[in-house]
Design a protein around this ligand. Structure first.
Ligand SMILES: [Zn+2]
Length: 478
């Protein structure tokens, strides 16, 4: 592998920058089937860190992991009308297997509500079986026409959590709790501030009573649906006959919620923090947090430098992910470039002069400035903490700078061409109005935020002039 290509700058061609950086940082390769990607070890390690942190969070909170088959009978998908309508254009269907035509085609899972809930109908019989919280980490397949690594791929990886309760209130509470889990995860782990709120009727999950989501604002000004949490009501409980016997001895249908975060999250990291030098990874999920580059002319120097490195790193503690790049035949400059593109948060250069003077050169990826630090003053843990919080602060500043209020549709149309970002507008919540806005501007509703009061009486929808029922964020989205 050789990195000799210079990245296109973000300003010059943002989509080109993205396509180059995912390859040059060695995150992915393309699969032979259109829209599929291969997660290379460095890209997969980011996902493994995401999994590890989020999994621990939910498992400590009473969620149990399980695994369901990738093949789903086609008839299952058809049981919930909105669900099948929403997913059928994207389904991959197996009609032949084992050299024969199948009696009933099977669908490669696009999401697992139907196959899980068929099982849940057998697992649940009494209120004592509730609540039930099952999660699975798996791949799903949605046959997409326009694809982009991580953001939209024919096959992607995710977790899908499925919770079952006696009452709607419990399902509501769970939905909000998971939404907040995702928001915390984005903000604290991925250093990405998000908008949260309710989805419109058109944008909700196919089959849900209603949906909520976290939405990220990316550097190119576009929105990314970053994680979702749905209240499914009894929409699946009825066709799948998931009933329980209540304390009063009555047969009742359950209430359900489902919630998920996918490998899209990796795309959001790249598109939030990346710069013209490449990726910038938040320390919390960086596969390598500290890259150490020995700088030496000959073997004698190398020996002394490597010895010094051993001494320095022995004080870091065991939970820091360190790599010493002592590959030969590669210049330090070449190595700097490679680890910059790969977004490693902290680089430490150690040369013979440093060994004698007991000082080392440290470069933070978020600042790109060389600093001399006495090796006994080096506090790596704290530096990584600072980088993590600085990345969040910078992303928050960008989010605030690019969030606008709008009450006039003409002004909105004009602004959307010139100023990137999210636009908060008073809106009537009518689906027809929403589709017209999308047709005219390519912007879609992202979320109706929970933390902003409803419009005052008499306030009008910024597009159609009918009574405004809510403030909603509009943006162009991936
Ligand atoms: Zn309207």
């Amino acid at each position: 592998m050789a990195i000799d290509t210079k990245l296109t700058s973000q300003k010059k061609d943002f989509p080109a920058w993205y396509n180059e950086v995912v390859k040059l940082a060695d995150l992915i390769d393309y699969g032979p089937v259109k829209g599929t990607i291969i997660f290379k070890p460095y890209g997969y390690a980011i996902w493994e860190n995401i999994q590890k942190i989020f999994n621990e969070k939910i498992v400590n909170d009473g969620v149990e992991n399980a695994y369901f088959p990738v093949f789903i009978p086609e008839s299952f998908l058809k049981k919930e009308k909105e669900h099948v309508e929403g997913f059928s254009p994207e389904l991959a269907v197996v009609t032949h297997a084992g050299g024969e035509k199948l009696d009933e085609p099977v669908v490669v899972r696009p999401t697992s509500e139907t196959i899980m809930y068929d099982a849940f109908s057998r697992w649940i019989s009494s209120y004592r079986d509730l609540p039930l919280r099952i999660n699975q980490w798996c791949n799903v397949v949605r046959w997409e026409l326009r694809t982009k690594p991580f953001l939209r791929t024919t096959e992607f990886l995710w977790q899908e959590g499925h919770s079952v309760f006696e009452t709607k209130e419990e399902a509501d509470k769970e939905m909000l709790k998971r939404l907040n889990n995702y928001r915390d995860f984005y903000e604290k782990v991925l250093a990405i501030p998000v908008f949260t709120g309710k989805k419109s009727e058109i944008e909700k999950f196919a089959g849900a009573l209603y949906s909520t989501s976290c939405e990220a604002l990316l550097k190119d000004g576009k929105a990314l649906q970053a994680a979702t949490s749905h209240n499914l009501g009894q929409n699946f409980a009825k066709p799948f006959n998931i009933q329980y016997e209540s304390k009063e001895g009555k047969r009742e249908y359950v209430w359900q919620s489902s919630w998920g975060i996918s490998t899209r999250s990796i795309g959001s990291i790249i598109l939030t923090h990346g710069d013209d030098k490449g990726l910038v990874l938040p320390p919390a999920i960086a596969p390598v947090q500290v890259i150490i580059i020995p700088i030496c002319k000959d073997n004698k120097e190398k020996e002394a430098v490597l010895k010094a490195i051993k001494e320095i790193t022995s004080k870091f503690g065991t939970d820091i992910r360190i790599k010493v790049d002592d590959r030969e035949n590669l210049s330090p400059g070449w190595k700097f470039n490679e680890w910059e593109i790969k977004g490693v948060p902290l680089r430490i250069e150690v040369g013979p002069k440093d060994v004698k003077g007991k000082s080392i050169t440290v470069v933070r990826r978020d600042e790109n400035e060389k600093k001399q630090i006495k090796s006994n003053k080096l506090d790596v843990k704290n530096l990584l903490k600072e980088i993590q919080s600085n990345l969040f602060k910078e992303a928050l500043r960008f989010k605030e700078e690019n969030t606008h209020k709008v009450t006039d549709f003409k002004a909105f149309q004009k602004d959307l061409e010139e100023k990137k970002g999210f636009y908060l507008a008073p809106w009537c919540e009518d689906s027809k109005c929403e589709l017209e806005i999308k047709e005219k501007t390519k912007a879609t509703t992202r979320v109706i935020p929970f933390d902003i009061d409803k419009p005052q009486k008499g306030e009008k929808c910024f597009h159609c002039g009918k009574e405004a029922k809510a403030f909603v964020y509009f943006a162009k989205a991936y």
